[in-house]
Design a protein around this ligand. Structure first.
Ligand code: XIL
Length: 372
């Protein structure tokens, strides 16, 4: 972690801390509390029962020098006051769940649509939240003009460079870290057959990182993927790639572990060890898209196991000194992507669809509070 990061986090903690103290029971569904009034009333009556009934501090506060963030989605941020209030109150980092993806920002070639991304960046700024940019080079959520176009390799290369440069320049100085390349490998550790790999070969990764560094030299440049929490063929592929990129002098700062867990599979108990080997290469590491899906409807036992998965994920990050933070992929079951993507699964978040807290939230709070 850089000094800049720590200082920024401390400022943020001071601010978010006041907000958290002011939060009303559970925080869920309440409008954003003011920073001063409830703090003053606590100070004025130290023995009042409201102190013992005080809610847990915000996740952002409990996380200390690390950030605790969430993916944010539109239009909920505009239309659902309880959603916006909880997002502002609990988190110290924001990722656009979709608003910064290629399909959204450049639906027509050369015509950019920044309104959603701008709004999320403005929300984060207003609430002293770091922004993780997501994502520049991916095989998914690409606009039709790009996937259906028959471009030469040279054209594709220049399209990719333009995209990275344009998007990063717009948010230069406002985005703390970018997921420059997302999901480049298949589960068996072979290269994913994407428009990028098929047309540009594996050099597209080094090129993307180099262009990204030119566009915003202070942004942290991340590689990011799912199902790489355990040591195995896919995480090995990334590990070897990072080493070869570093040997070639390619700028790279971090490795993002998405952390989309599923109760159908055991929790990868070597997650901390795996993250540590990337940290040992000199990288920051982060959990970038944490959620834990279950077969729906979840039983009480499922929710208890889910809490245990969340806790283990948090503990894995806490065990690695340069694990800079944790981001959940949405915080409420009301809007989670999971039921739309995984048939029969859902209830993956820390808060339920009524924005009431779940056992997983308590477990995460406890794990953060217990950190050394
Ligand atoms: C998902 C979003 O949550 C959905 O709303 C969208 O329809 C598809 O993408 N890995 C990633 C994220 O890097 O961008 C994905 O987000 C989830 C998996």
């Amino acid at each position: 972690m850089t000094a800049v990061f720590l200082n920024r986090a401390r400022v943020l903690i001071a601010i978010v801390g006041l907000t958290a103290l002011a939060a009303v029971s559970g925080g869920c569904g309440s409008s954003a509390p003011t920073a001063t009034a409830p703090v003053a009333s606590i100070a004025a009556s130290p023995a009042s029962p409201s102190i013992t009934a005080a809610p847990a501090p915000a996740l952002a506060v409990l996380a200390g020098d690390r950030y605790f963030g969430t993916a944010l989605e539109l239009p909920h941020l505009d239309r659902d006051q309880a959603y916006a209030a909880l997002a502002a109150e609990q988190f110290s980092q924001a990722t656009a769940e979709n608003a910064m993806k290629w399909q959204v920002v450049e639906p027509t070639r050369g015509q950019f649509s920044w309104s959603g991304a701008d709004e999320i960046v403005a929300f984060a700024e207003a609430n002293n939240q770091l922004v993780r940019g997501h994502t520049l080079v991916w095989h998914n959520q690409l606009p039709g003009w790009l996937t259906a176009g028959s471009f030469s390799s040279a054209e594709l290369k220049s399209i990719l460079k333009d995209h990275i440069t344009t998007e990063m320049s717009r948010y230069k100085g406002k985005v703390y870290a970018w997921d420059v390349v997302n999901e480049a490998f298949d589960d068996d550790g072979t290269w994913r057959e994407s428009i990028w790999y098929e047309n540009l070969g594996e050099e597209y990764i080094a090129d993307a990182l180099t262009w990204a560094h030119e566009a915003d030299p202070t942004a942290k440049l991340y590689l990011n993927d799912y199902d790489i929490e355990a040591i195995g063929p896919k995480s090995d592929a990334w590990y070897n790639l990072v080493k070869s990129l570093q040997a070639a002098g390619v700028p790279i700062d971090g490795m993002g572990f998405q952390g989309h867990f599923d109760l159908q599979y055991p929790f990868p108990t070597d997650m901390a060890q795996n993250m540590q080997r990337f940290a040992d290469l000199g990288l920051e590491v982060a959990i970038t898209e944490l959620d834990v899906r279950v077969n729906t409807p979840a039983t009480a036992a499922d929710l208890a196991t889910q809490a245990d998965y969340y806790e283990q994920a948090v503990q894995a990050c806490l065990a690695v000194r340069t694990c800079v933070g944790i981001t959940v992929w949405g915080f409420t079951d009301k809007y989670s992507w999971v039921p739309f993507t995984f048939r029969g699964e859902g209830e993956a978040c820390l808060w339920d669809e009524n924005m009431a807290s779940k056992p997983a939230l308590t477990a995460v709070q406890a794990a953060l509070a217990a950190k050394p």
